[in-house]
Unconditional design. Structure first.
Lengths: 325, 259, 386
């Protein structure tokens, strides 16, 4: 009798799994090995067949479900309906869901519909004593908690960076499953609007360069963008900067914005107030550029460059470019 | 129109602690979850434009009243506070159950909830509640308005490339974000009026929920341990001219494999 | 009797504190440096109903409790003394109407004042009549159905931005009337009245954003329905006005002291010398302790004075003088010590305490110098044997 089945949902964009989805597939594989069970990745979306081979390089078993998530029903509702139907046919003990906006919507829907226990905000997931152990950063990084299910089943919502996506070196099996979506028809997507200049997502960028009030204006942000570009990273900002209209909300880091954990976070002209700190405190390395050596950010940065950001940042960008070749 | 706004009372950011049971200590100073005030502001604007009243709903111990007081001062008409010792130690599932039951007892056209909370709910509660109440669910709203016939809601849902426009007939549940707009400061008039506004308290018995369905005893998850993260070594501070500082920075990053 | 604040008073205080910290504090340095009257803060206070505090509810006010007004002045002044003065002067200039205005007069002016659509000011002081307020020379003579006002007022806070100015003028120069203090009356002059102008604005040591005006009255004619109180009642109105307005200045002083204390405490916790935060060195710790105790004492005296005055105490004048005396001296001492704790940095305009010290000085000067307060209190002590 096989051990537990660990099923990861793979979200698809442009017919390919998202990076977070590949991390989840890898996580499912690793947990299955630790648990002596099986890992399955369910790729649900348009052109799911296209995405299947990539998924199959990360996990032993792929279920491919074609779904129209860009039609007139919200994606999360379509996916939740298909995933619930899939779980009726296909047992899973642990369901891994991505902590993306759609993933979180799906998680709540599934938890309520199937009456499943749920653990959220997983920064990492291990396996011990026959169950998943979910590590979560609480209180803006001041505490790390480890939690588990009291029973044998549940949903785990996994944040970016819980593990690095890794190919297994062999191809897993792919099964195409036809399922009828029965999404709630009461919510319709009337229009999809693309705003000009949608930036690189900060959610899982390995390097994020963020600007604060010290940047003093939208023109100052050119310096931040250039530095981010030099690193090949994403641009972010504090709430003050978003409130002032210099950056869209999608790039806000902090208590009411996003909580991210890049490998490198460069804080430029940011004082380090707690509402911002909780959004980036668990980053791998924190480098700050600030005129004020006594700014609160000095308490939790790894490196603080005291100086005028308009002098330091352009030089740093040039040096990084030279280094990266 | 009647709008119900869910308010989550969370520990004041920076003052959070775990209690003896390794769950969030909610006896300390609490304030409304950051995003809840944005959705409350949206609710107030809607009732100002279309008539009706805003009711606040929260679940928590006595200290949760603080989160309600500000909302009442901002202009909500009344509050409902679900309070029962049996709720302590509830997991996400039980929380959704209790809130859904409390919502079910109110009259409303629209339920609004804020995105995520600063104390780790992880943003799944609103969709869970909508599902168990079988309400149309619209999430990550940056803008909320009524449809032209006044019988539905239209929401701009934030997306990585811009936004999607969603519509649903009322009653519905909408989860909203900061993009909805800066909440008003309570005016002094509002603050003075708040104390005379009605707060109804509800217990598990009032909601018809058996105590063994919620609380620590019914929890399907548990915290194994809580530890502070490994301390960061203090910052290396560079106070030299820009050129030297940049060179030292490159060395620092290279040593960590970041360039 | 207890001086614990009611829950409603605590809510009010906390709400104003949040507003002051988030919206007013960031403006304080600039208001001082530019010397420009902060109209944006007037609008903010109006929008949040703070300017409605001194006025009766029937005209759009919030009830007029002296302690509530003072709680608000104190919290605002913690962040910016000039901004705290906006509310204090709104009350000061309106007090004659609040005390003895007719229902028609109150209905005419209170709605705009409570809503913050109009500002008020009090014009009593003259170049040659400061402490000796009874020696004013501005005159008001009967002219037809009204009065013609001639003269000049000096050191009038917000005199050039107020729409409603309460002016004190001599209506009976007869020496007997002067001796019995029946020689003055009070009139409301509105901005824009022909003959009413601002001659100059002063450059000052502190509260630099608050305009201090010299006002000229050159044949300003006002109808008799703009006379406040009886003919000859002016001196009594002025004294009763000051009894209620001095606590406002005490509140400003307590706020300034509190702001300075907090800045010094934060600095003393962060700044390290000789291997530890300077707040842990005994001399600095002792200073902080004294600053805290004195500020609290001044505050408690203020709150008690407000309650006594509102309760109609026959010694309102003494309460008023005492709280202003103690708070003003406290503010000066605490801000001076705050600069001391900051050391050399405290002398720099980049740090807020030098501004607080400059702002504090005025609380020992206006609405009656500390010497006048001592005269009043001393007189009362003798009269009551303690």
């Amino acid at each position: 009798m096989a051990g537990p089945v660990i099923l990861a949902l793979a979200e698809l964009t442009d017919g390919q799994p998202t990076r977070l989805s590949l991390e989840l597939a890898t996580l499912a594989s690793d947990l299955a090995v630790a648990a002596g069970g099986t890992a399955v990745a369910a790729g649900i979306g348009p052109r799911a067949g296209n995405a299947a081979p990539t998924l199959a390089r990360h996990v032993e078993r792929v279920i491919s479900v074609e779904a129209a998530t860009e039609a007139d029903a919200p994606a999360a509702i379509v996916i939740a309906s298909l995933l619930a139907a899939l779980l009726e046919q296909q047992t899973a003990d642990i369901v891994l869901l991505p902590a993306s906006p759609d993933g979180k919507d799906v998680a709540g829907m599934l938890a309520a519909r199937l009456d499943l226990p749920i653990l959220v905000n997983a920064a990492s997931v291990a396996w011990a004593d026959g169950r998943p152990v979910v590590e979560m950063s609480a209180f803006g990084g001041r505490l790390v908690t480890r939690s588990t299910f009291t029973g044998a089943t549940g949903i785990v919502v996994v944040r970016p960076g819980a593990t690095a996506a890794r190919e297994r070196g062999s191809e897993g099996s792919v099964e195409v499953v036809d399922l009828e979506a029965a999404p709630d028809p009461r919510v319709t997507v009337v229009e999809r609007v693309v705003s000009a200049g949608a930036a690189v997502s900060i959610d899982d960028a390995p390097v994020v360069v963020a600007g604060g009030r010290g940047v003093a204006g939208p023109e100052g942000f050119a310096v931040i963008e250039d530095l981010a570009d030099a690193f090949g990273g994403a641009v972010a900002g504090t709430r003050a900067v978003v409130d002032a209209g210099w950056l869209p909300y999608a790039q806000q880091v902090g208590q009411t914005g996003k909580i991210i954990k890049p490998a490198l976070y460069v804080a430029v002209g940011i004082s380090g107030a707690i509402q911002h700190k909780v959004g980036m405190q668990t980053s791998g390395t924190i480098v700050a550029i600030n005129r004020d050596a006594d700014a609160p950010i000095a308490d939790f940065a790894d490196l603080l460059i005291v100086g005028d950001l308009f002098e330091v940042a352009p030089r740093l960008a040039a040096a990084v470019r030279a280094r990266r070749g | 129109m009647d709008i119900l706004v869910l308010v989550k009372a969370v520990p004041i950011v920076g003052n959070e602690r775990l209690g003896a049971d390794e769950r969030v200590d909610r006896t300390v100073g609490l304030e409304a979850n950051g995003n809840d005030e944005y959705v409350l502001e949206a609710a107030l604007k809607l009732t100002e434009a279309h008539g009706g009243e805003v009711t606040l709903l929260t679940m928590g111990p006595t200290a949760a009243q603080e989160a309600l007081r500000k909302g009442l001062a901002m202009g909500a008409a009344r509050a409902v506070h679900v309070i029962d010792d049996g709720i302590a130690g509830s997991d996400a599932r039980a929380t959704a159950t209790v809130l859904a039951a409390a919502i079910g007892r109110q009259r409303y056209d629209l339920v609004l909830a804020g995105a995520d909370t600063s104390d780790g709910q992880g943003g799944t509660l609103a969709s869970a509640i909508a599902t168990s109440l079988d309400l149309p669910y619209l999430s990550y709203a940056g803008r909320i308005e009524l449809t032209d016939d006044g019988r539905g809601v239209r929401v701009q849902r934030l997306s990585p490339t811009g936004y999607d426009v969603l519509e649903a007939a009322l009653p519905a549940l909408v989860m909203g974000t900061q993009v909805l707009g800066e909440p008003r400061y309570p005016s002094l008039r509002g603050i003075m009026a708040a104390r005379s506004k009605e707060t109804t308290t509800l217990s598990l018995a009032d909601l018809g929920i058996a105590p063994d369905r919620v609380g620590a005893g019914a929890a399907t998850t548990r915290v194994l341990d809580a530890t502070p993260p490994p301390a960061r070594a203090g910052a290396t501070v560079l106070r030299t001219d820009p050129e030297s500082a940049v060179a030292a920075t490159i060395d620092f990053l290279a040593a960590r494999g970041l360039v | 009797m207890t001086t614990r604040l009611t829950a409603e008073q605590r809510d009010l205080r906390d709400a104003v504190r949040v507003l002051a910290d988030e919206q007013i504090a960031p403006r304080a340095a600039d208001v001082d440096a530019s010397g420009e009257f902060p109209w944006d803060i007037v609008e903010l206070l109006a929008r949040q109903d703070i300017l409605a505090l001194p006025f009766p509810a029937e005209h759009g006010g919030l009830g007029g409790e002296l302690l509530s007004v003072c709680l608000a002045i104190e919290q605002i002044s913690r962040a910016c003394a000039t901004s705290g003065l906006i509310l204090a002067v709104q009350e000061l200039g309106s007090l004659p109407l609040l005390l003895v205005g007719t229902p028609a007069q109150q209905a005419r002016w209170f709605p705009d004042l409570a809503a913050g659509r109009a500002l008020a000011a009090l014009a009593l002081t003259e170049s040659e009549a400061g402490s000796d307020a009874g020696a004013i020379r501005t005159s008001a003579r009967r002219e037809g159905d009204g009065w013609r006002i001639d003269g000049a007022k000096r050191f009038i806070s917000q005199g050039n931005v107020a729409r409603v100015v309460a002016v004190f003028a001599v209506t009976d120069p007869d020496p007997r009337a002067v001796r019995t203090r029946r020689h003055m009356s009070c009139f409301i002059v509105e901005q824009g009245a022909p003959g009413f102008s601002t001659a100059r604005l002063e450059h000052k040591l502190g509260i630099r954003g608050s305009p201090t005006a010299e006002l000229l009255f050159d044949g300003v004619v006002v109808p008799d329905d703009q006379r406040v109180g009886e003919v000859g009642e002016g001196w009594s109105i002025a004294m009763r006005t000051l009894d209620r307005s001095r606590p406002g200045i005490a509140a400003q002083a307590c706020g300034i002291a509190q702001g300075a204390l907090e800045a010094a405490a934060r600095y003393a916790a962060d700044r390290t010398q000789f291997g530890k935060p300077i707040g842990e060195h005994q001399m600095v710790a002792a200073m902080l302790a004294d600053m805290a105790a004195r500020t609290e004492a001044a505050r408690q005296l203020l709150y008690t004075a407000c309650l006594e005055i509102d309760a109609g105490s026959p010694q309102a004048g003494r309460w008023s003088a005492m709280c202003k005396l103690v708070a003003g001296d406290t503010a000066m001492a605490v801000t001076t010590d705050a600069v001391q704790i900051f050391g050399g940095y405290g002398y720099l305009s980049e740090y807020p305490v030098e501004r607080m010290m400059r702002d504090a000085k005025i609380t020992q000067l206006y609405e009656g110098t500390q010497q006048i307060q001592r005269l009043l209190i001393g007189r009362d002590v003798l009269a009551h044997g303690g």
